[in-house]
Design a binder for this molecule. Structure first.
Ligand SMILES: Nc1ncnc2c1ncn2[C@@H]1O[C@H](COP(=O)(O)OP(=O)(O)OP(=O)(O)O)[C@@H](O)[C@H]1O
Ligand SMILES: [Mg+2]
Length: 330
């Protein structure tokens, strides 16, 4: 049976932006009524092109950003107001690993001091046992305890990301949000950090939201995969289904672009990249969709289960509501 650790309903985040001194502000809808279900002890991979709202979703999940609409429940209870005492104590149970480990670390403090910080903040253990705890956390993240005496600039990029993971694990979190955790790393060490994340997730039974452009990395870590397009999830399901036999035309294009695949024809999308400040009517993907027809230009497709293969799809055609031939004829 699947047990949810975090359930989000209708998450929406809008940003107001002013382009020039005299122009009126435009509204960007970064996340648009998104539903998310994070199963306890499992990893959900979140993929989609740049600007589709992945990081905004990750920040809302952790309460680092307040949604304009929608709700989040963590461990069966509504997420407390960000910044409140209740939220701060909940923060020990949810942590984030960012893309840029150097930016995430304080250059003036040693790695050991930074790994110890969450222990102090959340009152974990005693002062006397702190060095042992820090050493164990560093070892768990694949660093040597003596590397705790170093400063961030004295470590390699991969070692710094390990230090960030050690610090994220210090408070004993249940939920880890990883936002592009390997994309700033050298290709040669990406695989090591991926293996570390996969092993750590399994060993500690963590619930993970893994955000990445790299579909191969997502396939390696995820128990389920969600594909996002312009602030919405358009397909969600087991990696075998979504990444090997995608149903949504956008997911098909994304998967066809994975390099090094044999016998897969690359689908090149037509039309302009999406603009979250000017969302098309109906299905947001319709201006670039090879199957789009009149219905797609009018009606927003709902994310609905597709019978038989355990996935959810938001596409009138993939749901079988209208046939591609009807679309073409209309
Ligand atoms: N603080 C902000 N102010 C204004 N607009 C923002 C802000 N943060 C994000 N956006 C806009 O919201 C949209 C979604 O941004 P987000 O960072 O969530 O995308 P993303 O999927 O993480 O992209 P990437 O893959 O490039 O990291 C983008 O159009 C972005 O420009
Ligand atoms: Mg991002």
């Amino acid at each position: 049976m699947t047990v949810p650790l975090l359930v989000a309903r209708g998450l929406t985040r809008r940003y107001s932006m002013k382009r020039g001194m005299f122009s009126n502000p435009t509204t960007v809808t970064a996340v648009d009524g998104l539903d998310l279900f994070l199963e306890q002890g499992r990893t959900l991979g979140l993929v989609g092109e740049s600007g589709c709202g992945k990081s905004t979703t990750g920040r809302m999940v952790l309460g680092m950003e307040t949604p304009d609409a929608g709700s989040i429940a963590f461990a069966g209870k509504p997420m407390p107001r960000p910044g409140s005492a209740e939220w701060r104590s909940l923060r020990a149970r949810m942590q984030m690993v960012f893309q840029d480990p150097l930016g995430a670390l304080d250059r003036r403090l040693t790695i050991g001091q930074q790994v110890a910080e969450p222990l102090v903040i959340h009152g974990i253990g005693t002062r006397a046992d702190r060095p042992d705890r820090v050493a164990a956390l560093l070892t768990q993240a694949g660093l040597r305890p003596d590397q705790g005496a170093r400063y961030p600039h004295e470590l390699s990029g991969g070692q710094r990301q390990r230090a960030v993971l050690a610090r994220a694990l210090a408070s004993g979190p249940e939920l880890l949000v990883c936002d592009e955790p390997i994309s700033a790393l050298d290709v040669s060490i990406q695989a090591q950090v991926m293996n570390l994340l996969t092993e750590t997730q399994a060993r500690l039974g963590l619930t993970m939201l893994f955000i990445s452009h790299d579909l191969r990395a997502v396939r390696q870590v995820s128990h389920r995969v969600a594909v996002m397009y312009l602030g919405k999830i358009v397909e969600e399901g087991p990696p075998d289904a979504v990444l090997h036999d995608p149903a949504h035309p956008y997911a098909q294009a994304l998967v066809s672009a994975i390099p090094g695949q044999k016998n897969v024809r690359r689908i090149r999308l037509q039309g302009d990249p999406p603009n979250p400040a000017d969302r098309p009517r109906g299905c947001a993907f319709h201006p670039r969709c090879p199957l789009a027809g009149p219905v797609c230009r009018q009606l927003v497709p709902e994310l609905k289960p597709r019978p038989g293969d355990g996935r959810m799809v938001a596409c009138h055609v993939a749901q079988g509501e209208i046939s591609p031939s009807f679309q073409r004829a209309a």
